[in-house]
Design a protein. Structure first.
Ligand SMILES: NC(=O)c1ccc[n+]([C@@H]2O[C@H](COP(=O)([O-])OP(=O)(O)OC[C@H]3O[C@@H](n4cnc5c(N)ncnc54)[C@H](OP(=O)(O)O)[C@@H]3O)[C@@H](O)[C@H]2O)c1
Length: 331
């Protein structure tokens, strides 16, 4: 790579990060090509060398092993990077516990600090809104953690616009992290306008459609038993066959624009607003470089429009999540 990755601000918070972050989940969790510890650390450090300063993990990834490896990998450059993690899906022992009780937030944040090996978590997200705990209480708990110096910035993941507003009134929300990509554009209806209005940054997760939009997956691809794409309706063989039409359109545009489908998918998101910072995941250094090149890809307005048209015209088959997981979003 012969350039520095540009920086972006997450809303009006003052938090500056590289224009693309690295989603670290798939290095050790929910994907088929997970790495051993040393390889994963090397991949994260390669990202740092290439100019990535924004790293995403969560308590539930593992649980816990992903936070540990992110902490170990970034220890030598701690002050130069922004580390984000998420609470609210597991208890202190890593058992499933979809809860944001204040006491649990406090205890699990202390445990995250220890696992990450840091004094302060740069960005702490609530992983999913807990319908049993008013968001004001959650925001107040994070406000206290900020006052104690344990956390710098507050984030929400997959929260609805109304919840974002209520939380922001108690403690400024720096970033909302939700799925957003060419095949999942629901945040455009309410969440992105709310972020724009309130000066909140937006962090699209699964910006490559969990790998599908890159063209590397087709109906013959098989996933490991631990890969959660096995449970996603959008990844059944029939859905993958049908959805290939979108990748085919990206390939055609990419030939003209001299870009891969992955680069087009990322460049299109980056062009949506300057306060949007996608966090694609990869276990491969070559793909990391490929994805980072999207930050300097200048799409013509007609290419942008054609990418958007392809996304609107191709009818995507299969829900992104099974119903019980979808119910936990947009609350
Ligand atoms: N807040 C939430 O609820 C939530 C939910 C899901 C994810 N996340 C975060 O978002 C991050 C990214 O999400 P994600 O991993 O689900 O989806 P993604 O970034 O859309 O796609 C990642 C997949 O694409 C493949 N890939 C990446 N670059 C590629 C390229 N240039 N060519 C071909 N294949 C490529 C990777 O495989 P290889 O490793 O083989 O390259 C990986 O399996 C996660 O790491 C996590 O931090 C958050």
């Amino acid at each position: 790579m012969d350039y520095a990755v540009a920086k972006r601000m997450l809303g009006t918070s003052g938090l500056a990060v590289s224009a693309l972050g690295l989603g670290c989940m798939g290095l050790s969790y929910h994907r088929s090509s997970t790495l051993d510890r040393n390889e994963a650390i090397a991949l994260i450090r390669r990202a740092v060398d290439l100019g990535v300063t924004f790293f995403d993990t969560a308590q539930v990834y593992g649980p816990f092993t992903n936070e540990q490896l992110v902490g170990e990998a970034l220890a030598p450059v701690r002050d130069d990077v922004v580390v984000a993690t998420k609470f609210g899906e597991v208890d202190l022992d890593g058992r499933p516990a979809p809860s944001s009780r204040p006491e649990l937030i406090q205890q699990t944040t202390d445990a995250s600090l220890a696992r990450l090996g840091v004094d302060t978590i740069d960005l702490l997200y609530q992983h999913r809104v807990d319908p049993d705990v008013p968001i004001e209480e959650v925001a107040g708990t994070v406000r206290d953690l900020i006052a104690q110096g344990k956390v710098r910035h507050f984030g929400l993941s997959e929260a609805g616009a109304h919840t974002i507003r209520r939380a922001h009134a108690v403690q400024a929300v720096t970033a909302v992290q939700s799925e957003y990509s060419l095949w999942w554009r629901t945040p455009e209806h309410e969440v992105l306008p709310a972020c724009a209005e309130l000066g909140i940054g937006f962090v699209p997760y699964s910006p490559l459609g969990r790998g599908f939009l890159t063209g590397a997956i087709d109906e013959h691809t098989t996933f490991d038993s631990a890969d959660n794409r096995n449970e996603l309706p959008r990844f059944t063989v029939e859905a993958r066959q049908a959805n290939q039409a979108l990748v085919d359109r990206l390939r055609i545009i990419g030939e003209r624009a001299d870009a891969t489908p992955a680069q087009l998918a990322l460049a299109w998101i980056l062009g949506q607003a300057p306060w949007i910072v996608p966090i694609p995941g990869t276990t491969k250094a070559g793909r990391l470089e490929e994805n980072l090149r999207a930050t300097t890809l200048e799409l013509t307005s007609s290419d942008r429009a054609e990418i958007g048209r392809a996304a609107s015209e191709v009818t995507i088959v299969g829900d992104r999540y099974p119903a019980e997981l979808e119910r936990k979003t947009n609350r």
